[in-house]
Design a protein around this ligand. Structure first.
Ligand SMILES: C[S@@+](CC[C@H](N)C(=O)[O-])C[C@H]1O[C@@H](n2cnc3c(N)ncnc32)[C@H](O)[C@@H]1O
Length: 247
């Protein structure tokens, strides 16, 4: 059973594509006339020129909006597609879930005629820069340590890649891990946590002490005192990276 058949049931509610991040992804896709989205989930960030989505979880496929590109249930490691099937292939916030990264990246390169675009994060930057995991939820950081893909390894597997930092806006509409960096109360909401695999897979029992500390610091104003500098920022770099490579 695909992991997102369990943790993905409310994905479409909290993970709405952010227009500013979409613009970055679409710019990275360049002038590709057709695009395949691997690990496509509910279809976030698919440009209209998307011809196929590849996604293992039926629960995620079922949340794709009407009119989305057709979806095939398959994994990145074994794409049911011919060589050079589309100008560009994208894989967004998915490589950390793959069971065989090298096989999956090899498949993206085989299927892309011209360009591969991957969105992921640099775990070293994330750990240092994101207050939630640094100060409250080290268990979640430890979980991510076990699966995060080092960007230099990813770039090497891609045969070289341009790395572009993606700064996260303070009102990001896509509720992934660090989306609520300036809206700390959001992490106390179980539905928000359910949409963040780092938290959903670490589990509420392990997170409970850190969440209680966060709730306390928010109630007493300690969080705001400690993070006053953040409240003045519109966007921050917590490690999200686009890797763009031409074949
Ligand atoms: C965090 S979601 C990202 C979905 C979408 N790309 C987005 O940006 O919203 C991760 C997705 O990767 C999918 N996934 C997990 N393992 C996979 C694999 N081996 N091959 C392809 N997709 C996989 C999951 O089912 C899930 O839909």
């Amino acid at each position: 059973m695909a992991i997102y058949d369990t943790i993905g049931t409310t994905y479409g509610r909290t993970r709405r594509p952010d227009a500013r991040i979409a613009a970055r992804i679409h710019a990275a896709l360049g002038d590709a006339v057709d695009v395949i989205n691997v690990g496509a989930g509910t279809g976030s960030y698919e440009p209209p020129r998307t011809v196929l989505a590849v996604e293992p979880s039926q629960v995620m496929v079922d949340q794709r909006p009407p009119g989305s590109a057709p979806a095939v249930r398959a994994v990145a490691e074994r794409l049911p597609l011919r060589d050079d099937a589309a100008d560009a292939v994208m894989a967004l916030l998915t490589v950390h879930h793959w069971s065989d990264l090298a096989a999956g990246i090899g498949e993206l390169r085989r299927v892309a005629r011209r360009r591969v675009v991957v969105l992921t994060w640099d775990q070293e930057v994330f750990r240092e820069q994101f207050w939630l995991v640094r100060e409250y939820l080290p268990e979640a950081a430890a979980f991510d340590d076990t699966r995060a893909v080092p960007t230099d390894r990813l770039a090497a597997l891609l045969g070289g890649a341009r790395l572009e930092p993606v700064h996260i806006p303070h009102d990001c509409t896509d509720g992934f891990g660090a989306a609520y960096w300036r809206r700390p109360h959001a992490y106390l909401d179980p539905q928000v946590r359910a949409g963040i695999s780092m938290l959903a897979q670490t589990g509420d029992d392990a997170l409970a002490p850190g969440l209680a500390a966060l709730a306390d610091d928010l109630a007493t104003g300690r969080w705001h005192d400690r993070h006053a500098g953040l409240l003045a920022l519109d966007a921050i770099d917590v490690g999200y990276r686009l890797l763009v490579t031409d074949s």
